[in-house]
Design a binder for this molecule. Structure first.
Ligand code: 13P
Ligand code: ZN
Length: 271
């Protein structure tokens, strides 16, 4: 086996961040069984010698991602537990390189070849790759996509009359000042669609074209960011807002929320 890939400090840092944040996601209670998935664009962190045999096990994609040809990603494996990803990201995830046609990908050889037979990328790969395509096309620095089942945010989208981007943002921004400061564009709302489907991927890309966070009705949240810590923080802040909302209701009163003027004022703060 020729030497793999990898410019290692950058990659090691990213993988360590994945482990840390996967642990927080598990600690938050957002990751029952295999819930949630993470992908990171590694193209700048790895260099691959196309002549070596570290590019092994080619697989077809269900639809082409030509704009991503040649790009490399860490993706969590389908069925893998977030708590196990926290312990050992590289045994519970894959490094893949989209092939030169964009119709498939190579898995960069894991140390243990026997794992290849069972290791598959997340079932939400269509959404992850569609989002990375959008990010790549617009040339932004975002590299990270996190999907998790943040309980409080799942619960919000169970309230039919709140299933609308403007209404959700009014509530989320109103429950805590930092929500407007750190998620100034707010969230977008994606009506329920089958998990793992191309339709859900297309709706998510649409939703994230103007926002950094999308709430999937009755399912969870997708967020995009430049690094994994900040991407997690956005979800955490939104979950805090939703939690304040439900805590007030549980205590028997309707929260007043910040006023429109207060939210606008927060939106003008510069850091
Ligand atoms: P995977 O185990 O395939 O990543 O699926 C988890 C999930 O949350 C699906 O929406
Ligand atoms: Zn999910």
């Amino acid at each position: 086996m020729a030497e793999a890939v990898i410019n290692n400090e950058a990659l090691n840092r990213i993988i360590a961040s994945v482990a840390e944040i996967a642990g927080y996601i598990w600690d938050k209670g957002w990751a029952e069984k295999n819930a949630g998935n993470i992908s990171v664009n590694l193209t700048e962190a790895v260099s691959i010698n196309l002549k070596d045999d570290t590019l092994c096990s080619h697989r077809e994609l269900s639809s082409p991602f030509t704009a991503l040809a040649g790009q490399c990603f860490f993706v969590t494996g389908t069925g893998k537990r977030m708590r196990d990803i926290a312990r050992d990201p590289l045994s519970n995830g894959l490094i893949i390189r989209i092939d030169d046609t964009g119709n498939g990908y190579h898995i960069i050889a894991p140390e243990d070849k026997n794992r290849l037979a069972t290791l598959r990328p997340t079932s939400e790969l269509p959404s992850h790759l569609a989002i990375h395509t959008m990010i790549s096309n617009r040339g932004s620095k975002q590299r990270v996509v996190i999907h998790t089942h943040a309980t409080e945010l799942c619960a919000l989208t169970q309230i039919k009359e709140l299933c609308d981007g403007d209404k959700l943002n009014r509530i989320l921004w109103g429950m805590h000042p930092e929500t407007k400061v750190f998620i100034p564009k707010g969230v977008s709302f994606v009506p329920y669609l089958l998990p793992g489907s191309k339709e859900l991927a297309a709706a998510t890309v649409d939703a994230l074209s103007k926002h950094d966070v999308a709430l999937w009705e009755k399912h969870g949240v997708f967020a995009i960011g430049e690094n994994i810590e900040d991407t997690f923080d956005m979800i955490d802040i939104l979950a805090k807002s939703a939690s304040v909302f439900f805590t007030c209701h549980a205590a028997g009163f309707e929260p007043e929320g910040l006023s429109d003027d207060q939210i606008d004022e927060l939106g003008k703060l510069v850091f």
